[in-house]
Design a protein around this ligand. Structure first.
Ligand code: AMP
Ligand code: ZN
Length: 465
């Protein structure tokens, strides 16, 4: 599938660094990381770019007026450079906390403005643009395939332009390549260009930086599902106009669905949405959040709840406890390395095949998690076989069980709701005379440090020790 050198080239739309990334944003990068790990598992190499949008993202939908970074700088009484630096560093810390593999490149938009201008000049030469007071615009009517990715029906969009948010813009779908400074305005971020002083449009940076770092055509481009309607549609339009070779610009587009923030949306004193540091302050391990995300499929919406995160943390603790009982755990990246560790344990090899099938079927991470949990209970697997399955799961899920401190697992408190549920499940299994399941559930409770006693009134439980 990728170029003949076996390297998959992949671009992920990165953060606009005007505030902390919220936990929804981090779903997008956890998804890209899962995709990358799945490719590595299959034996490809991956060259990954995540850009840093430190200019270009206007506050207003219509792309007029101030940049998000300029507004943040004014609000926080810092320079735009300080804002970019602060939130870029915070973003890197979030990536590390979630065990997201570092990209090979993190290009910053402000470092590529000359290249963006050159790119736009070629679009001008090719007749894809027009200039109005607010800047240089891409003329989407010149692109017959415009909007295909987002399944956008452009027929109604021309009429929409009568509601002129942007004076002179010919169609609502037309977007800014260059955002000219309004007369008398002196912006905090400004560059000179053939279209006057101003700043580049947001969509331009991704086309320019991806092509410079990965080549004109590359394999994969990812982002949140909101990008499928606008940002990626515009990236494709300008890139294919620029290249003019009649080929699709990028081979595969993959989008993660949104994390629904629900009640967590309510901003706190700092006025921001929930972050991974907020979760940590509430006692949640960042990797419990990663596990929570992986418990859903990336193309399905996922509702964030504290209860859901809580049970993910319980699962994480249990997994760390069980895997640490296996002693030193090997670290693998690829399927063949995992199979080599399983040796001649056919049961473990069977699980690794199933795991391979699950991750290959559009990244079925919930299935991988279930396989891991099942095989840690499965007496058919040898200890070495279990180590191989744990190593394989760590590779694709990005949960480094072998490196996690047991302290992270041994939180002082016991999740009583989870215990109650296990006790009830065991009772149901007993009523159904499913003794094997009842015993397995009792074993699970023992591992949590809980003792169950069956009385005439039903089961009761106490903590051991
Ligand atoms: P931004 O910094 O706003 O450009 O967003 C960074 C990434 O997060 C983009 O890929 C967005 O599509 C994605 N994103 C934003 N909100 C959410 C959400 N609630 N759930 C999942 N992804 C999101
Ligand atoms: Zn982008």
């Amino acid at each position: 599938m990728p170029a003949s050198d076996g390297v998959v080239r992949m671009y992920t739309c990165g953060p606009t660094v005007y505030s902390y990334a919220h936990i929804g944003n981090l779903r997008a990068y956890t998804f890209a990381d899962t995709l990358r790990r799945a490719l590595l598992w299959k034996g490809w190499q991956v060259e990954h770019v995540i850009n840093i949008t430190d200019v270009g993202h206007a506050v207003a939908e219509a792309e007029l007026g101030e940049d998000k970074l300029e507004v943040a700088a004014a609000r926080e009484r810092r320079t735009v450079e300080e804002i970019a630096e602060l939130y870029t560093e915070a973003f890197f810390a979030d990536l590390a906390a979630l065990n997201i593999l570092p990209a090979q490149h993190y290009p910053r938009a402000t470092q590529y403005v000359d290249e963006m201008i050159a790119f736009a000049e070629r679009l001008v030469e090719r007749g894809f643009t027009y200039e109005i007071e607010s800047g240089l615009y891409f003329d989407t009517s010149k692109d017959p395939g415009y909007g295909r990715l987002g399944l956008i029906d452009v027929s109604g969009q021309l009429e929409g332009a009568r509601v002129e948010e942007v004076p002179g813009r010919r169609a609502k779908t037309d977007f800014a390549l260059w955002r000219a400074e309004a007369p008398g305005q002196l912006r905090a971020m400004r560059w000179n260009s053939p279209w006057g002083w101003g700043a580049p449009g947001w969509h331009l940076e991704c086309s320019v930086m991806s092509m410079l770092l990965l080549g004109e055509h590359f394999d994969m481009h990812t982002g949140g599902v909101d990008h499928r309607q606008l940002h990626h549609v515009n990236e494709i339009a300008q890139s294919e106009a620029y290249l003019g070779d009649g080929q699709p610009w990028v081979k595969f587009w993959l989008h993660n669905e949104f994390l629904q923030l629900g009640a967590a949306k309510i901003s706190k004193s700092a006025g921001h949405l929930l972050t991974v540091s907020d979760l940590a302050k509430q006692g949640f391990h960042p990797l419990a959040y990663r596990l929570f995300l992986l418990g859903g499929h990336y193309r399905a919406q996922l509702e964030f709840t504290t209860g859901g995160l809580d049970s993910a943390q319980t699962t994480l603790r249990r997994l760390i406890r069980r895997t640490s009982a296996l002693g030193r755990l090997p670290v693998v990246t690829t399927a063949s390395e995992a199979r080599a560790i399983a040796g001649d344990d056919t049961a473990a090899l069977g699980v690794i095949d199933e795991l391979d099938e699950a991750i290959s079927a559009d990244l079925n991470t919930p299935r991988v998690l279930a396989l891991l949990q099942e095989s840690l209970r499965d007496p058919a697997l040898s200890e070495q076989g279990q180590r191989a399955v744990v190593a394989a799961s760590s590779a694709v899920l990005g949960l480094p069980f072998g490196e996690l401190e047991p302290v992270a697992a041994d939180g002082p408190e016991l999740d009583e709701a989870a215990v109650e549920k296990l006790v009830a499940d065991r009772e149901a299994a007993r009523s159904a005379r499913d003794w094997a399941r009842a015993d397995a559930l009792r074993a699970e409770l023992t591992e949590l440090g809980v003792q169950v006693t069956d009385t005439a009134d039903g089961p009761t439980w106490t903590r051991l020790g």
